[in-house]
Write a protein that binds this ligand. Structure first.
Ligand code: ATP
Ligand code: MG
Length: 386
């Protein structure tokens, strides 16, 4: 293990080369790379053909439903679970055979997992003592880490004297104090209440940016993923569905699963009725909508039109595609409202629209509109037609 005891917990450039050198190979070397990994628990394959390359200093989120393999992947980086196929590289080095204690990785879990009878100082110092860092250096670095998580002077406290959010900050300080190559965060915010979660989102991002650490974050909360990540890996049943920036996965979902999991998009099943520049799709309830497509589609093809609820405007000024239906529920959210609108033929739409003058009540007939370029088309197999 390299001697990192002289390194300091200070802001550092994301991927700078050594002084005086041309941009070096290091800048391009991924911090973490998975190459076609498989992980099985006995006969059950929890992760299949998982490939992902993570840039140094970036914040990547694994997002997916319970049981899709997110924790399993984190555990494989830390060496807590064996992979049955493929390779994992950290800083260009194969780690499959490196034992846990030699991997230089920081971990933060959902439950704070602090040592309850140890002081904050001893909790944070743990990784440094373990690495035989000299005492004065330990004190300095623990102090710096506590400053960074905005709990300076808390060295003597016990975890039980801290709130949930504060305990999670200490867990974070403990994970970053020895400047790990990678920081793994497994649903670190899920035990916190809504306000604290939002605050900690911002906090974690700030610390990650300031230290330039490479972070892999796990959540099944789409808002967390969208607001914090440089890139999101959407997973389903042990496999990758899509990898992209938050905008890409939200605006251009690659599959029906992604469209549904990220924000419950409206999915309107229909049949292509005409294809000349724009695609005309006849919906199950009989209405026709128009969608922009980069290529023509054979009339008769079964497709799904995916429209985000925020892309729908409600009221007579609605442009492009216009549909009218009956409001079956209204949820007032302050500046906007969510309407569920029934179009007949088992077709309903959720619209999240600003309140223009008045709230539309249940039972009213309203017009909803969306732009032909504001939606995505999926084919019969739920794959985006690109
Ligand atoms: N030790 C184990 N032995 C057997 N099966 C396991 C073990 N750990 C996990 N699994 C199974 O592997 C699959 C993936 O589990 P994993 O914990 O990685 O999911 P996850 O995406 O983190 O889910 P969650 O969001 O609920 O934490 C699940 O089907 C789970 O039941
Ligand atoms: Mg998990």
């Amino acid at each position: 293990m390299p001697d990192r005891s002289q390194a300091s917990l200070s802001p550092r450039p994301v991927s700078a080369g050594a002084p005086g050198t041309a941009p070096n190979m290091d800048a391009e070397q991924p911090a973490v790379e998975f190459r076609d990994i498989d992980i099985a628990y006995g006969k059950f394959v929890a992760v299949r053909d998982f490939s992902l390359s993570i840039r140094k200093g970036s914040f990547v989120t694994l997002l997916g439903p319970s049981g899709c393999g997110k924790t399993t992947i984190l555990r494989s980086i830390a060496g807590l679970v064996d992979i049955s196929g493929g390779q994992i590289m950290i800083d260009g080095r194969r780690v499959d055979d490196v034992p846990i204690y030699k991997r230089n990785i920081g971990l933060v879990f959902q439950s704070y997992a602090l040592f309850p009878h140890k002081s904050v100082f001893d909790n944070v110092a743990f990784g440094l003592k373990y690495r035989n860092v000299p005492k004065p250096e330990i004190a300095r670095r623990v102090g710096q880490a506590l400053d960074m998580v905005r709990l300076p002077g808390s060295e003597k406290k016990l975890p039980s004297q801290l709130s949930g959010g504060q305990q999670q900050r200490i867990a974070l300080a403990r994970a970053i104090v020895f400047e790990p190559q990678v920081l793994l965060l497994d649903e670190p915010l899920s035990a916190l209440d809504a306000n604290m979660r939002e605050e900690m989102r911002v906090e974690i991002k700030k610390i990650q940016k300031a230290t330039g650490i490479t972070a892999i974050f796990v959540t099944h909360d789409q808002e967390e993923a969208l607001s914090m990540s440089d890139r999101i890996v959407v997973m389903n049943a042990g496999s990758v569905e899509q990898i992209g920036t938050p905008e890409e996965v939200y605006e251009r979902p690659a599959t029906a699963f992604v469209a549904d999991f990220l924000g419950k998009a409206n999915m309107l099943a229909g049949t292509v009725s005409r294809s000349d520049g724009q695609i005309a799709v006849t919906l199950a309830a009989g209405q026709t909508v128009h969608v922009t497509s980069p290529r023509p589609l054979a009339p008769g093809s079964k497709v799904t039109v995916v429209v985000r609820s925020q892309k729908l405007s409600v009221g007579p000024a609605a442009g492009g595609n216009r549909l009218s239906g009956r409001v079956v529920s209204t949820s007032y959210l302050g500046g906007s409202a969510i309407y569920e609108i029934d179009f007949g033929g088992k077709t309903s739409i959720r619209a999240n629209a600003p309140i223009n003058g008045r709230i539309v009540r249940e039972g009213e007939i309203i017009e909803v509109g969306f732009d032909p370029s504001g939606c995505v088309l999926l084919d019969e197999n739920g794959q985006r037609i690109s």
